[in-house]
Design a protein around this ligand. Structure first.
Ligand code: MLT
Length: 272
């Protein structure tokens, strides 16, 4: 009787070998404007063995409903943190943002620094809009309101990718166009206001004691690579990767180079 009790206790105490994706580094990927979570579809498969990836659609983009414009960076950053709360992430995660997603990531650093374990700043910049840039946002908002999202998409698409991507990857161009067309007018106008009114993150860069990967297409026509170089130089713990043959969307145009850089960065989070 005693013997059989002992055996059953040993059986109860057995800890099974197992895999659990919760062990993987959590990464919240924030897309740019006017894109959606589809931006990250290659990373979702390529990095599945190392990262638990969360890919929201910002309000008014992809499948997330719009609210009335204008939006603010504070609103978009709080939306992201609310999603992390909802998913039960109490500790810090890696925040990866592309272009406008990078502006949101920097806002999360400002407002919720305890939620950020690491940063991936892709195709983005730290500075605020110039007066001319702000006026351009208002013009674009008037176009979106007056004629719809298609005019914005067709105006922006020729500048989004590296010149050779248009020749060599026509399916990718169509994929990006369809993704952009999912954005609502309120999403476009709301995001334009949030970008226009964002604060300059440059003065805070030297205080961001967070491991950071700055990654940028060498042929980015929207945000010159020099912006990434100066941002990386001002950050205390940043690595810069410039992706040859890529424009503003290096994760789609050169996914292997992008994936290798992110993988190397995320490996640093294991064993901490
Ligand atoms: C983006 O790709 O998110 C936007 O082009 C960024 C911007 O217009 O500043």
């Amino acid at each position: 009787m005693t013997g059989s009790n002992k055996k059953s206790t040993e059986q109860d105490a057995l800890l099974m070998s197992h895999q659990d994706s919760a062990d993987r580094v959590p990464v919240l990927w924030i897309h740019g404007y006017p894109l959606s979570s589809l931006l990250w579809e290659l990373q979702i498969s390529d990095l599945a063995d190392i990262a638990r990836q969360i890919t929201p659609d910002l309000r008014g983009h992809g499948q997330t409903p719009s609210t009335a414009a204008p939006y603010s960076m504070e609103m978009l950053a709080n939306d992201c943190v609310r999603l992390l709360d909802h998913l039960g992430f109490v500790g810090p995660v890696v925040i990866g943002g592309l272009s406008m997603g990078g502006y949101v990531a920097l806002e999360i650093c400002r407002r919720h620094p305890d939620r950020v374990a690491g940063l991936i700043l892709a195709s983005t910049r730290a500075g605020a809009d110039s007066a001319e840039g702000k006026a351009g946002r208002d013009t674009a908002a008037a176009v979106a309101t007056g004629t719809g999202v298609e005019a914005i998409v067709e105006g922006m698409l020729p500048k989004l990718l590296a010149p050779k991507t248009y020749d060599e990857q026509p399916d990718l161009v169509d994929f990006v166009r369809e993704m952009m067309m999912e954005t609502s007018v309120d999403g476009v106008v709301g995001a334009l206001a949030a970008m226009r009114d964002r604060v300059d993150s440059t003065p805070g860069l030297p205080n961001l004691q967070i491991p950071t990967l700055v990654i940028h297409g060498a042929e980015d026509q929207l945000i010159p690579v020099g912006e990434a170089e100066s941002m990386a130089a001002a950050l205390p713990d940043a690595e810069l990767v410039v992706v040859p043959g890529a424009g503003h969307l290096p994760n789609l145009e050169q996914p292997e180079v992008f994936g290798d850089a992110v993988r190397g960065f995320l490996e640093g989070f294991y064993g901490e």
